[in-house]
Design a protein around this ligand. Structure first.
Ligand SMILES: Cc1cc2nc3c(=O)[nH]c(=O)nc-3n(C[C@H](O)[C@H](O)[C@H](O)COP(=O)(O)O)c2cc1C
Length: 202
């Protein structure tokens, strides 16, 4: 696939089939992940692949609890608002079906912020690479962070050491729906030339 088509059609795919994803493809997306840049090329990332049903079920329970705590009170308003209804519906679906996703991948960092580099800057470029590679293979992903509400539980379950932070949980699977472009503000609106606030037409 053309790289721009991959970028433009990589979006949150939260409705995933339970069909298995071959390990070979899991390795392939991880191979793409570790090509990412990191401060000082330290590569302080680790990835934990979780295909085990019992572990996924536990993580899914914690994720759903965090989802309900974060978005439960706004449920009716979000579902009724045309701007958020679609996203809300798909996020709600994922929260209620996470255990059925064939593979969960957790992206972690050994340590945290260093100097001028926040922890996320070390790991999220790799996560984006992973998601782009998955898209190119026809696999759906979403960058999620809600599991962090239960991070110590997740870490204990998976034997993750104290000094490691889990920065993203990425469900990986074959999408039920079609890939398409996400809704984004136009680039001309979010880009300034020379000075803050000075937009440019093209
Ligand atoms: C840092 C970060 C955290 C996110 N956390 C969650 C999450 O916990 N659950 C979820 O369903 N989506 C999560 N998302 C996905 C966003 O909701 C999604 O990327 C955004 O709505 C755009 O979706 P689209 O690409 O389908 O248009 C997260 C995205 C980012 C970048």
């Amino acid at each position: 696939m053309d790289v721009f088509e991959v970028i433009n059609t990589t979006r949150a795919m939260r409705r995933l089939k339970p069909d298995p994803v071959p390990d070979e493809l899991v390795w392939k997306v991880l191979d793409a992940a570790i090509r990412a840049p990191s401060g000082g090329n330290r590569q302080p990332w680790n990835f934990i692949v979780v295909p085990d049903e019992a572990a996924k079920k536990k993580i899914a329970e914690w994720y759903l609890e965090a989802w309900n705590a974060s978005y439960g009170p706004a449920r009716d308003a979000m579902a009724a608002n045309p701007d958020s209804a679609r996203m809300f519906g798909s996020a709600d679906h994922l929260a209620n079906h996470l255990a059925e996703v064939p593979v969960l991948i957790i992206a972690a960092i050994r340590g945290g912020d260093t100097g001028t580099s926040p922890a996320g800057s070390y790991v999220y470029p790799a996560v984006q690479n992973l998601m782009l590679a998955a898209r190119a293979l026809g696999l759906g992903t979403t960058l999620t962070t809600l599991h962090r509400a239960h991070e110590s539980d997740v870490k204990e379950l998976l034997g993750i050491p104290e000094n490691v932070q889990t920065l993203a949980l990425i469900p990986l699977g074959w999408p039920k729906g079609k890939f398409g472009m996400g809704v984004r503000r136009p680039v001309e609106e979010v880009t300034y030339w020379e000075k803050w606030g000075e937009t440019q037409t093209r």
